[in-house]
Design a protein around this ligand. Structure first.
Ligand SMILES: NC(=O)c1ccc[n+]([C@@H]2O[C@H](COP(=O)([O-])OP(=O)(O)OC[C@H]3O[C@@H](n4cnc5c(N)ncnc54)[C@H](O)[C@@H]3O)[C@@H](O)[C@H]2O)c1
Length: 256
């Protein structure tokens, strides 16, 4: 019996990277999972393969989470397919690299609408589903160390992640009386396609690793383990918190 036996989990942006690792981890622990991404491509097929290998059931929803009517439809479809929904992981996110003075309205809107608006209204749809059906679930958001740390040339990204911190803290207060928990996981530098550029530049990578106490980038599975903990009853007294999964990046200090 896994920690998520009989549970259903929806993970946004789970065709690859951290989202895929979360979907597989939930499946390994007994959940049926709903995966999602904007496109139906070879990455989706690979995630489906890895989830099915565990014996779990998987359903894919192709959708762009930045639209309110779309995220409401996602909750409806999830419940139609598996009969219920217990866990929401707001994982999908994008970043666009540009100096502040060159950020376009389109790029700003893209980042904010996916990272912040998407999680905001999908969480609202999930909360309404729980309230209407008198059931209780749990929410985990994948923010970033950049909900706290500056990241030059990624100001819209930092704004979206900083806002995720405050949305999470507010909702912990509003949803606590309903016994609905919500927490953030804040990854540092993780080996995923979002970091393809960085991973291809040894010099940049070396500098970054020197700023990480554990001296290595994280694996998607390192994040998935903490997400699973927060979504499980092992964390039943945890709400309103951010858990850093950063190898010591955020509070790194050295005089060498
Ligand atoms: N990789 C890191 O170092 C790192 C660090 C901190 C935080 N994060 C956060 O972790 C999350 C996942 O990042 P990753 O590195 O796995 O990224 P990734 O680029 O590997 O995967 C992102 C996933 O989100 C999906 N996606 C993007 N826009 C979407 C949309 N509008 N609707 C639905 N799905 C969409 C993509 O299809 C993909 O499945 C993001 O929120 C990111 O900000 C990543």
């Amino acid at each position: 019996m896994g920690r998520f036996s009989g549970k259903v989990a929806l993970i946004t942006g789970s065709s690859k990277g951290i989202g895929r690792a979360i979907a597989v981890r939930f499946a390994q622990e007994g959940a049926n999972v709903i995966i999602n991404s904007r496109n139906n491509d070879e990455h989706v097929a690979e995630t489906i393969r890895q989830v099915e290998e565990t014996g779990a059931k998987v359903h894919f929803i192709k959708s762009d989470i930045s639209k309110v009517e779309v995220v409401y439809a996602m909750v409806k479809e999830s419940v139609e397919v598996f009969g219920k929904l217990d866990i929401l992981v707001n994982n999908a996110g994008v970043e666009i690299n540009a100096p502040f003075w060159e950020v376009t309205e389109k790029d700003y809107d893209t980042v904010m609408n996916i990272n912040l608006k998407g999680m905001f209204f999908l969480t609202q749809a999930f909360v309404r589903y729980m309230m209407e059906n008198n059931v209780v679930g749990v929410i985990v958001n994948n923010s970033s160390v950049h909900e706290e740390l500056p990241f030059p040339n990624f100001t819209a990204y930092c704004a979206s992640k900083g806002a995720m911190q405050m949305v999470m803290r507010n909702l912990a207060v509003e949803l606590g009386p309903l016994n609905i928990r919500i927490n953030n996981v804040a990854p540092g530098a993780i080996k995923t396609p979002i970091n393809a550029d960085l991973l291809s530049k040894p010099e940049l990578l070396g500098t970054l690793q020197n700023n990480i106490s554990l001296r290595r980038l994280g694996e998607p599975e390192d994040v998935a383990g903490v997400v699973a903990f927060l979504a499980s009853d092992d964390a039943k007294y945890v709400t309103g918190s951010t858990y850093y999964v950063d190898g010591g990046l955020t509070f790194h200090y050295t005089e060498q």
